[in-house]
Design a protein around this ligand. Sequence first.
Ligand code: PMP
Length: 390
Amino acid sequence: MSQLPWHSQLQQTLTERKAAGLYRRTRLRDGEQGVEVVLDGRKMLSFSSNDYLGFAAHPALKKAFIESLDQEGVGSGAAHLLTGHSRYHHQLEEALAEFTGQQRVLLFSTGYMANIGVIDGLLGKTDVVVQDKLNHASLLDGGRLSEAQQLRYPHAAMALLHQRLHTAANSRNKLIVSDGVFSMDGDIAPLPEIMDLAEQHKAGVLIDDAHGLGVLGQNGGGVIEHFGLTQQKPILVGTFGKAFGTAGAFVAADEVVIETLVQQARSFIYTTAQPPAIAAATLASLKLVQQETWRRDKLQQLIKQFRDGADQLGLPLMPSQTAIQPLLIGDDKKAFKLGQDLEQHGILVGIIRPPTVPKNTARLRITLSAAHDAEHIDKLLGALEASYGH
Ligand code: PMP
């Protein structure tokens, strides 16, 4: 048995965390991700995945995955810059460049790594990164890892972003960073205003659209398509573990930015490329994301059904037009209890507490998917009616 000299300190922190109702724990899923999941041996109706279009267990993705296994084997066996970059990775980068309308795309093994790599890779000591306070942890970590000065602005507060940029006027390079769709709130970043401020202050913009890609825009182009940006586009991070139903991530930008990342992004350089089969399955998924527009239409109908129903019940909906529909509860223990009560009704939702969200803003993170049907939303609303306020 190994034991650290500060074992008792660690134990105490764990005990305190548990007492505060902030303990996290992994749960065991059997079988596929989907509308119904078996978690810790119990079958539940799930509103707790990021599989927004219902692709995680789609037959076309499975087929592409299996076929590529026969040709390429399982492991990529090396980093992209050595011998790990397969033809499937290459094809996926090309297809994503076309999909996003950007010059070039670079794959990363996870979204977390893409975010730390892109910020650390593009900024140095004399630079400034300006981030929305509710940005995903990986973006904030990217800012910390880079040697740039990191400033933050209150959520979506454009006047304060302007002020921060003003403060940073004498820095060499400035990068504004924002989630496209905020992962715990579901709201959409004010991208046109961000782009205007960037132009005014000669700053760059990086958008992490993990939760918007595939969901927003006629073709699933995410927040950039949602706002109809065609000329000046931000650097884009997209992830595959959500609407695309697979795993991994990419950065889309112009040639010089991507080439800089190839040379400097340590989380790209020093890691094993994803298995080629994941790239093959993602290629299949990218086709469906573009072709099956009905999935986005259906998802929007379900979102409307849920919001109308929740409104009638007087539930504390947050302002969101996306697949992420949180209910703001506030108190950590109350949120936990409500989540547990819903499980008693066979309904699974995310229970989100600090430090994932700010103090006193614990919430139930309800996520909808094109794989749900109207009757599933009715069941969810019924369980919420029975549990909320009791
Ligand atoms: N960005 C956002 C906004 C996310 O929500 C997540 C995942 N929760 C990530 C990045 C990280 O992506 P990945 O899961 O591929 O590491």
